[in-house]
Design a protein around this ligand. Structure first.
Ligand SMILES: Cc1ncc(COP(=O)(O)O)c(C=O)c1O
Length: 375
């Protein structure tokens, strides 16, 4: 049996007619940049997240950078970011000219509020909770800290389209929320894409200037804005897919529940689920000993896996400047050594999930008991 890590061809097969029609419509109207499809998608995505505004951009990284720039965060400022995330969270901060201040995560792989508080300095301007793997960071302590210290909250919701925390959608809870529409995301384009959502009128206006050369009217440039717009073809694809997002997320939750029960029965760690209904399982992450060997053997049996992420940000050459040696963030580093992401996408079948877990049980050892608390 073959079990891919994600299967975007299967997804396209299921929605081909709608997608093809939407793409043809863009080609016929020939308005390729900030066209009507972009406006329509922004309106629908804002409504979906429950935020007042959506400003689409070229990628999730651009969304993070512009969000910080719109808040006036740059040179000399610090933004608190979890060490256990994709490097783009930190790159977004660096690209805005500010300094990412890394902190450790907890056993749900999400930023630890106590670590945030300990990292606050007079230069701290914002905190960036990352809703990693599709699970929203419990936001109450983060919002309380932000209130107490006068910080902005920039949500990195790049892996959490549609995820819910206490009835609120990821991205709509902080000052601003940033999304990536990279193809493999829960809501993915057919190329790069991203968006920022916010309830703040002035910030939305500033973001629109920043993404389009600082112009509100053609050839009238109010600020030195960037060029990082979403194109109409991607917006048209995203608009079609948005109609399926809740259904796809529901299927991901069903797959996670099946993985949970089969893995637990086989003695493996299941990811900590803080809210069964709110999690959208962008990734399903277990832990194993001797990971490299396990991943290789799974691959030989036709099962593709991933590691999110094998090298924490502070140990990347790109961030050597932070001067943080190995041992700085024990939870993140321990996770980086053992985590293994199993196949997860809406079109996955129960039969495939059973095959993945059976294969895993035949070749891998569950992690040492110290990590059983993750289950
Ligand atoms: C947590 C996180 N933040 C930021 C990004 C950056 O998004 P993009 O690849 O669209 O720039 C990604 C995805 O790649 C991500 O997973």
């Amino acid at each position: 049996m073959k079990v891919p890590f994600v299967d975007l061809q299967a997804q396209y097969g299921a929605i081909r007619h709608e997608v093809d029609r939407a793409i043809a419509d863009v080609l016929e109207r020939a308005s390729f940049v900030l066209g009507p499809q972009v406006v329509a998608f922004e309106e629908r995505f804002a409504a979906y997240t429950g935020a007042k505004h959506c400003v689409s951009v070229e990628s999730g990284t651009a969304a993070l950078k512009l969000a910080l720039s719109a808040l006036g965060i740059g040179q000399g400022d610090e933004v608190i970011v979890p060490a256990n995330t994709y490097i783009a969270s930190a790159i977004g901060v660096s690209a805005a000219g500010a300094r990412p201040v890394l902190v450790d995560v907890n056993d749900a792989y999400l930023v630890d509020p106590a670590a945030i508080e300990a990292a606050i300095t007079p230069r701290t301007r914002a905190v960036m909770p990352v809703h990693l793997y599709g699970q929203v960071v419990p936001m109450k302590p983060v919002l309380d800290l932000a209130d107490r210290y006068g910080l902005f909250v920039v949500e990195d919701a790049c892996q959490a389209h549609g995820a819910i925390w206490q009835g609120r959608r990821a991205g709509s809870i902080g000052t601003l929320g940033c999304f990536s529409f990279y193809p493999g995301k829960n809501l993915g384009a057919y190329g790069d894409g991203g968006a920022i959502v916010t309830n703040d009128d002035a910030l939305a206006d500033r973001l629109r200037l920043l993404r389009d050369f600082g112009q509100r009217k053609k050839y009238e440039h109010l600020i030195k804005g960037d060029n990082c717009r979403l194109d109409s073809l991607q917006a048209a694809v995203l608009d079609v897919k948005l109609g399926y997002l809740d259904e796809w997320n529901e299927r991901r939750r069903d797959h996670a529940a099946l993985y949970d029960s089969l893995l637990a029965a086989a003695g493996f760690a299941t990811p900590k689920n803080l809210d069964a209904q709110g999690h959208v399982y962008h990734l399903y992450v277990t832990r194993v000993e001797d990971r490299q060997n396990v991943a290789r053997q799974l691959s030989e049996r036709g099962v593709q896996t991933g590691i999110h992420y094998p090298i924490p940000i502070h140990l990347q050459p790109a961030y050597a400047e932070l001067g943080l040696p190995a041992g700085s963030f024990p939870v993140t580093e321990d996770a980086a050594a053992k985590i293994l992401s199993l196949p997860m996408f809406p079109e996955l079948t129960g039969e495939q999930i059973r095959y993945v877990v059976e294969s895993l049980a035949e070749i891998a050892r569950p992690p040492a008991p110290a990590h059983a608390s993750v289950a």
